[in-house]
Design a binder for this molecule. Structure first.
Ligand SMILES: Nc1nc2c(ncn2[C@@H]2O[C@H](COP(=O)(O)OP(=O)(O)O)[C@@H](O)[C@H]2O)c(=O)[nH]1
Ligand SMILES: [Mg+2]
Length: 302
C-alpha cells in the first residue's frame, strides 16, 4: 500500500490498535486474556475471531521467548489475516468486455464516491470506464456522479430523476458494449420507499443487466461504511441474500473506524474485501491488503 494510505488507515484504526496493542504486550494471564477478549468484542471482531486471537496470543506468550516463532501481536495478526481469507489479494480477471461492476449499499455508504474512485484508478491503468448513474431515486445522486465524471473525464450514462434504474443500467451496459469500454460501473440507489422495494429493484437491475450483456453483472460489490461497526453486519447479510455479493468495499476507514467489523462480515458472508477507502479523493481507494490491514489494526509496523 502507498505510504500516505497506510498512515491514514493506521490513524483511522488507532483507537482499536492502541487498546489492543497494550493488552497484547502484557503477559497473558486469565485476567488480561479476558480483558483482551472484551476489547476485541468491543472493536466488533465478533466472538469467533476474538476467541482465536486470544488463544493465539496466549500460546505465543507461553512459548519460550527465545524460541518464539512469532510475537503475540504477530500471532494475533496471523489470525486476522486468515479470517480475512489469507494474504493473497482477491483479484478479478477481465475476461468479459466490458466487465460490469455493480455497486450496492445503503445511502451514505460511499457508493457514488467509490464508483468515481474506481473509474479513476482503472483509468490510470488505461482501462476505459463508463459510469451508469442508476440511483434515480434522488436527483442529486445523478448530478453527483456526473460532476465526478466531468472532473475525471469519464463517460457517464444516466436517466431523469424517477426513471427506472434497471432501464438506466440497461442503457449504460449497452453503451459500454457499443463503445467497447473495458469496464462499466453501475452506481445504484441505497434507499427506496421500503427495504423490500429496494431489494426488488436491485434484483431487477441484475436481471436486466444480464439481458444487455451476457454474464453481467460480473461483480456485485457491497459498499460498507467502515465507521458503522457491527451494525453493518445485518445489513450486509440482507444484501447478500438478495443478490449474492461477490465482494465488499469498506469506506471511511480514515475516520474513527471500527475495523473489527470488516473481519466479522468477511467471516459471516464468506465474501472477500476488494478495496478499502480512507478519504474522499480518487487516490484514497486502494486494493485491500489483509496483512497491511491486520498490522494497522494491531498497531504493528507495515
Ligand atoms: N472520510 C471519508 N469519506 C468518504 C469516504 N468515502 C465516501 N466518503 C464520503 O461519504 C459521503 C457519502 O458518500 P456517497 O458516495 O455520496 O455515498 P452513497 O450515498 O453511498 O452514494 C460523501 O460525503 C463522501 O465524500 C472515505 O473513504 N472516507
Ligand atoms: Mg450515491
Amino acid at each position: 500500500m502507498a505510504g500516505g494510505f497506510f498512515e491514514r488507515l493506521k490513524s483511522g484504526l488507532s483507537r482499536t490498535a492502541e487498546a489492543v496493542a497494550n493488552l497484547l504486550a502484557r503477559p497473558m494471564d486469565a485476567t488480561s486474556a479476558e480483558q483482551l477478549r472484551e476489547r476485541l468484542i468491543a472493536a466488533d471482531f465478533g466472538p469467533a475471531t476474538s476467541g482465536e486471537i486470544v488463544a493465539a496470543a496466549q500460546a505465543a506468550w507461553k512459548a519460550d521467548a527465545g524460541l518464539r516463532k512469532a510475537s503475540p501481536s504477530e500471532a494475533a495478526a496471523a489470525v486476522i489475516v486468515k479470517a480475512l481469507g489469507g494474504e493473497t489479494p482477491s483479484t478479478t480477471v477481465d475476461t468479459a468486455k466490458p466487465r460490469v461492476i455493480m455497486l450496492l449499499g445503503v445511502n451514505g455508504a460511499g457508493k457514488t464516491t467509490t464508483a468515481a474512485k474506481l473509474a479513476w484508478r482503472w483509468g490510470q491503468e488505461n482501462r476505459t470506464c463508463l459510469l451508469g448513474a442508476c440511483d434515480t431515486f434522488r436527483a442529486a445522486a445523478g448530478e453527483q456522479l456526473s460532476a465526478w465524471a466531468d472532473r475525471l473525464d469519464v463517460q457517464v450514462v444516466g436517466g431523469a430523476a424517477g426513471a427506472d434504474p434497471a432501464a438506466v443500467a440497461f442503457d449504460a451496459v449497452k453503451a459500454g458494449v457499443a463503445r467497447a469500454c473495458d469496464i462499466v460501473i453501475l452506481d445504484t440507489a441505497g434507499r427506496l420507499h421500503t427495504k423490500a422495494h429496494l431489494l426488488e429493484e436491485l434484483r431487477k437491475v441484475v436481471r436486466v443487466t444480464a439481458k444487455a450483456h451476457a454474464g453481467a453483472p460480473h461483480e456485485k460489490w457491497l459498499v460498507i461504511d467502515g465507521s458503522l461497526g457491527a451494525n453493518s453486519i445485518e445489513q450486509a447479510k440482507v444484501f447478500h441474500e438478495a443478490v449474492g455479493l461477490s465482494g465488499l468495499i469498506v469506506t471511511k476507514l480514515d475516520g474513527t473506524a471500527r475495523g473489527g467489523a470488516l473481519v466479522a462480515i468477511v467471516r459471516e458472508l464468506g465474501v472477500p474485501v476488494r478495496f478499502i477507502g480512507v478519504g474522499e479523493q480518487p487516490a484514497d481507494l486502494q486494493p485491500f491488503d489483509a496483512k497491511a490491514f491486520a498490522h494497522s489494526i494491531l498497531g504493528l509496523a507495515e
